[in-house]
Write a protein that binds this ligand. Structure first.
Ligand SMILES: [Cu+2]
Length: 640
């Protein structure tokens, strides 16, 4: 259990007061924070949204803390910054500067987000049941089968099921000699001969042992109730307290036998060997997928393992959430305005999640270079509306959000309101388990399945000189591979992760995310499309299934009066740095919800014919894989 504010304060102090601080790997995933106190809510799951978080009364001396109705939870993720290889649609291996997963490694390989709650993230690799993680895991351990992985291999991968923080290890148990032990009432104060472990916190378990000079009432396994205790002998950080069952125990001073043993604990320490084994040459394209819910706190650790193919470079990396409402500019990732992460260091970014939508993230060091080389990934935020009670009116639930300044969006007094109330209450209610792209208040962004779809492009010449110690000609950059989720057709429709043998001689799941869209006939798929192409505009067209555009750059398409401005189209065009939310509806006719003017998206009277449809670029020169006149920016939509 960590104190978030303490960590942040510590980080700031060390950044400014100790400029020559040594670097090391580290992860952070608190189970309890100021805004998500664990005594009010289990931070491993999302609570239902019933209204704004209740806060303590305003005060001039302290912050307002939640007292009830806590919304959101805590999510954590660890990623590596480094290099790696991917294989293009024509078989060409391409060198990348890239991010790779260092948590959620099984989920990432299964095409899911690697964002995990604390009770999944804070789990060391179970050495007792398996070997240590090895380079390329999980590809090398469970993925050494058919390429692409067949269904039984995917089942094996799912059974692998390790999603904790790679490298996470217990802090060593440590034993200190006790200088003085005394009791007041039932409260025992222990003063050690040396400063106590910084991680000794309230709730930690300590074993008090000693010889015949130690009364039995002091002995045994005790729970720390207070730390930093002022005392007559040493500074406060030498002392802690616990509660004994027996009162009236005699004080013992200067005993040579009494010890306090602090148990090993998960406190963010890591074994760097595990991180290097898995993180080196572990580049993924796209970079690890991230998904969080509105009201979450997100702790994202970037661990820079260095680029083994370019030992001459001492490249820093950062994480920049593009177009994202940041908690603080400190975490923006623009190196000149915030911090950048050196090789052999970790840094934990901290984000809040105030606005639902589709975003993407990338490294902000020399962006044209690191983006083109592959340092870009997807990110989306799910709306509060997913969590309202079944049967609740969606308009009312959306209006409730306006009663808290943290979640309010009232267009009458906020011209930047990105998600106004709908113009009228349609009477639509929430069905248990229903999912929406935004807090629409009318159910119009309902979807059954969602697919993140990232458009990207690679210039093989630029990547080659990036590997071979040659100066890169930025002005000559021209993409020749056109990628959806890091793959060009026909690889886009290979299910499961694609693996590539890297310079370390082992296979890595370098392209984890297929771009194949599966939709049950009569249902709706949300495509979260972002374009990170560095050199060109990209167009995607849909044949046979209309695209309904419902959001643009993580904003619901709705005017300030509340009219939905959604539009149907058969193609969308994006520049690098833009994102869109599109719904593919495979139903041609739906009934209205009884008593409303709203479509009932849970039933369909006339479904589109089952079969294979296409998402492809009508820029025909982008339907190629470099010299191969075939492939490129295309994937299949399977209506099943
Ligand atoms: Cu970078």
């Amino acid at each position: 259990m960590f104190n978030t504010r303490g960590w942040i304060a510590l980080g700031l102090l060390s950044a400014f007061a100790v400029p020559a601080m040594a670097q090391s790997f580290r992860v952070q995933c608190p189970t309890n924070t100021v805004t998500h106190p664990s005594n009010l809510h289990d931070n491993n799951s999302e609570p239902a949204y019933t209204g704004p978080t209740t806060l303590s009364a305003p005060s001039t001396t302290t912050f307002q803390a939640p007292t009830g109705h806590v919304n959101g939870a805590i999510k954590c993720q660890q990623i590596s910054g480094g290099d790696g290889y991917a294989t293009m649609g024509d078989g060409t291996q391409t060198y990348m500067f890239s991010f790779g997963p260092l948590s959620g490694i099984t989920d990432i390989a299964l095409g899911k987000a690697g964002t995990e709650p604390p009770n999944v993230f804070n789990v060391p690799f179970p050495v007792s049941t398996s070997n240590f993680l090895v380079p390329g895991d999980p590809a090398t351990t469970v993925g050494a089968t058919a390429v692409p992985l067949n269904s039984s291999a995917l089942a094996t991968l799912a059974a692998y099921n390790y999603n904790g923080a790679v490298g996470l290890d217990y802090d060593v148990a440590n034993t200190v000699n006790v200088y003085d032990i005394s009791e007041s009432g039932n409260t025992v104060t222990v003063v050690a001969n040396s400063p106590l472990d910084l991680n000794l916190q309230v709730g930690a378990s300590v074993v008090i042992a000693g010889g015949t000079d130690l009364p039995a009432g002091y002995k045994g396994n005790v729970t720390v109730t207070a730390v930093n205790i002022p005392n007559a002998f040493f500074p406060p950080n030498f002392a802690f307290q616990y509660q004994a069952t027996t009162a009236g125990l005699a004080e013992v001073t200067m005993s040579s036998t009494i010890t306090a043993s602090i148990a090993k604990a998960i406190d963010g320490h890591v074994d760097p060997r595990q991180i290097m084994d898995v993180g080196v040459m572990n580049g993924n394209i796209p970079a690890p997928l991230m998904a969080i819910d509105e009201d979450d706190e997100f702790f994202l650790t970037l661990t820079n393992v260095g680029m083994i193919m370019r030992p001459d470079l001492f490249e820093q990396h950062t994480v920049h959430f593009h177009g994202y409402p940041n908690a603080s500019a400190f975490y923006d990732g623009v190196p000149d305005a915030s911090v950048a992460i050196n090789i052999a260091a970790s840094f934990t970014y901290y984000y809040l999640a105030p606005d639902a939508g589709t975003y993407f993230w990338h490294c902000h060091i020399t962006p044209p270079e690191h983006l083109q080389m592959g340092m870009v990934g997807q990110l989306y935020v799910r709306p509060r509306q997913n969590r309202v009670a079944p049967g609740a009116n969606l308009y009312t639930a959306r209006a409730t959000q306006d009663t808290d300044l943290r979640t309010a969006c009232v267009s009458a007094n906020d011209i930047l309101c990105s998600n106004p109330l709908p113009i009228a209450n349609t009477g639509t209610t929430h069905t248990a388990g229903a999912t929406y792209a935004y807090n629409d208040g009318d159910g119009s962004t309902f979807y059954n399945v969602e697919y993140p779809l990232q458009i990207h492009g690679f210039d093989p010449n630029f990547h080659f000189v990036g590997m071979t110690f040659n100066p890169e000609g930025f002005a000559d950059m021209k993409d020749k591979y056109f990628l959806l989720n890091g793959r060009s057709y026909p690889d886009t429709v290979s299910p499961g992760p694609l693996q590539t043998q890297a310079a370390d001689g082992v296979n890595h799941f370098s392209q984890p995310l297929p771009a194949i869209i599966n939709i049950a006939a009569g249902t709706r798929a949300l495509l979260r499309i972002s374009d990170l192409d560095v050199s060109e505009y990209q167009t995607l067209a849909s044949l046979g299934i209309p695209m309904q555009v419902i959001g643009y750059n993580a904003k619901l398409l709705r005017d300030q009066a509340g009219n939905n401005l959604y539009y149907a189209t058969n193609s969308i065009t994006l520049a690098g740095g833009e994102s869109l939310d599109v719904i593919l509806d495979t139903c041609a006719a739906r009934p209205l919800i009884v008593g409303t003017t709203t479509n009932d998206y849970t039933t369909c009277t006339t479904a589109l014919p089952k079969g294979t449809y296409y998402l492809y670029t009508p820029n025909l020169d982008h339907l190629s894989n470099d010299a191969e006149n075939f492939g490129g920016l295309m994937t299949e939509v399977h209506v099943n």
